[in-house]
Design a protein around this ligand. Sequence first.
Ligand code: 1CP
Length: 357
Amino acid sequence: MENSFLSSDETDLKSDFISACRNEHHSQVPVWFMRQAGRSLPEYKKIRGEGSILEAASDPERAAQITLQPVERYGVDAAILFSDIMVPVHSIDFGVEIQPGIGPVVENPFKSIEDLKRLRALEPEVDVPYVGETIKILSRECPVPIIGFAGAPFTVASYLIEGKPSRSLKKTKALMEKEPHIWDLLMNKLSEITISSLNHQIESGASAIQLFDSWAGLIDPKSYEQKVFPYSKKVLSSIDNSLVPKIHFGVGTQPILHLIAAAGADVVGIDSKTPIDVAREKLGDEIAIQGNLDPEICLESIEVVEEAVSKILTLNNNNFGHIFNLGHGVLPNTDPEILSRVVEMVHSHKLPESKNG
Ligand code: 1CP
């Protein structure tokens, strides 16, 4: 299937979001929110149903409807597929569940070389046909580009090894340091699974992809460079950016921002602790930046939020390579009215007529 949203110098449908990803001229700053689907929306709670998010995500009609909800309510410029970074490893029966209010939980966490056998190759048409079907429904019904996504090998590995959400990543760091050979085999297997998953989403009609390496900033920069970067690079470089732009995001990545870009990103997603002007100083003007309103600020009064939005737009200094977003996911107790106001404010900011001002 063709991606129907092209950049501004193509003749097909034009999208500010895709133009910004490609650092091309457009008139309005595009905006979407990480974790915009399936969080605070009352309409989500209505159709979510009982059972795990993995069940809801495996029903294409329902998953497509949930994906569309934030587009309809907020008027955001992109839709992120309703799914989860653990869907591929769940689908090959590694024994991953997602517990409401907790997150990914693994019954038998990854411990030894024996566990590699439990990570067979992903066959998307057989293992996750519902992902492709959801994207195909969205390709017909969604008025804005669809962002496909995957967890980066490191972040997915951390859940498989820890067995549950963790911020110390003790077991992950121990395996990485003490068992380099097993680490390499594990990361290679996860890289292949990630590549299959992303290519399947692109073939099904995703117009952009985002690689979430949410916990990349929790290890030291040297370990990131040696033990994580090569695999993310393998994933991103195996995706042709003439087909879709590639967004690479992690939290706490300021010291490794150049590597987040060098892994093969068209867009670097930054968290709220990295001011946009600082990011641009590190990355140069060619690469696009996505971010970075603090999700915690969205719990404050409208005046506080407005000031924070203005500050980000000012720091961006009318650079065309900017996609407005949060610095991490929408918090579950966020008032949807606040996010509607953010979209309105971002859209009312006018960019210059041409790239040279
Ligand atoms: O906009 C959307 O919500 C779209 C769907 C989506 C996305 C993009 C979900 C649904 N998950 C994700 C990505 C995801 N999942 C990431 C990367 C983004 C990020 O850093 O937030 C990560 C780290 C996960 C893993 C995960 N799944 C967590 C985090 C656990 C931790 O370590 O703190 C959680 C809580 C889940 C469950 C989950 N995923 C999605 C939903 C709607 C839910 C909640 C389900 C429930 O509680 O029933």
